[in-house]
Design a protein around this ligand. Structure first.
Ligand code: C2E
Ligand code: CA
Ligand code: CA
Ligand code: CA
Length: 279
């Protein structure tokens, strides 16, 4: 099975054969999978472009199905979102990331920031910040080591309640990142109004920056704007050295992408971090 991308959908279906997962089966399989411990988080390095070091990771969920094998989130997140299962899964994701972050600290790794993807259903829970606070309290993890990634469409849905939720989350100590930036329709004025800390420029703007001057101009403008608003700016989907070099020239803060490291199991991530400490 290929690692990534939209192609994996096509490759996934034939392999499922007789089990051809109907929506209903998939729902049950997800629930059982969570009970049986079939989910795992993989971690993709986030690299600071000034120090050229790993400063954190994005946690990305994977499903190790006993028959089908590795299943990527594109196959199940939207169903989980529709059925509401994402609420349970989302709590598992944060709990697991907290546990892992603390384990890395106990192993003596430098303090690493872990970014968590939030779904829109989670984000619209009335008691979201209480739920998140309870997970931090229960695991003992420090909220200041975590970044919550939200998409533009999520935050723009109801800007008044977004502002209330964001303030409550910020009070806990977590950082807020606007994911897939540029693909939604956020009014730029909200970048100022919302208490956000980071912008992640969507991969679609990064793909061709090394060969398309228009894309390079857009990326450069987003970076300049983010910096002038005092936000961290992260480019995602960096696959080539030429892209990284351009982003350095544009004063982008951080990068994430296959060129620097794929999403990997926690143990491999820890190895990559300690290797750079020894270097
Ligand atoms: P995303 O948040 O935009 O995550 C980035 C995706 O791009 C990840 O796919 C990552 O593996 C992939 N990627 C990273 N670098 C590169 C690169 O250089 N080239 C290419 N082609 N791809 C790259 P992944 O892990 O399959 O996740 C897909 C989406 O599923 C995520 O998009 C996110 O929206 C969602 N997702 C993943 N984990 C979670 C989770 O725990 N909770 C929720 N609610 N959603 C999740
Ligand atoms: Ca993300
Ligand atoms: Ca993204
Ligand atoms: Ca995305």
């Amino acid at each position: 099975v290929k690692e990534h991308g939209r192609n994996s959908v096509r490759q996934f279906i034939p392999e499922m054969g007789a089990t051809a997962i109907s929506r209903l089966n998939m729902e049950g399989a997800l629930r059982r999978g969570l009970e049986r411990g079939e989910f795992a988080l993989h971690y993709q390095p986030k690299i600071d472009l000034r120090s050229n070091k790993i400063v954190g990771a994005e946690a990305l969920i994977r499903w190790h199905h006993p028959q089908i094998g590795l299943i990527h989130p594109i196959e199940f997140i939207s169903l989980a979102e529709q059925t509401g299962f994402i609420l349970l899964l989302g709590e598992w994701v944060l709990t697991e990331a907290c546990r892992q972050q603390m384990a890395w600290q106990q192993q003596g790794l430098p303090s690493l920031k872990v970014a968590i993807n939030m779904s829109s259903r989670q984000f619209r829970q009335e008691d979201l910040s209480e739920r998140i606070a309870a997970i931090f309290a229960g695991t003992g993890a420090d909220p200041r080591n975590f970044i919550l990634e939200l998409t533009e469409s999520m935050v723009m849905q109801d800007v008044d309640s977004t502002l209330i939720t964001l303030r409550a989350l910020k009070n806990l100590g977590v950082a807020i990142s606007l994911d897939d930036f540029g693909t939604g329709y956020s009014s730029l004025s909200y970048l100022r109004k919302f208490p956000i800390d980071e912008l992640k420029i969507d991969k679609s703007f990064i793909n061709d920056i090394h060969e398309n001057p228009d894309d390079a101009a857009i990326a450069s403008a987003i970076i300049a704007m983010a910096l002038s608003l005092g936000l961290q700016v992260v480019a995602e989907g960096v696959e080539r050295k030429e892209q990284a070099d351009l982003l350095i020239g544009m004063r982008c803060n951080q990068v994430q992408g296959y060129y620097f490291g794929r999403p990997m199991e926690a143990a491999s991530f820890a190895k990559a971090v300690s290797a750079q400490q020894d270097a």
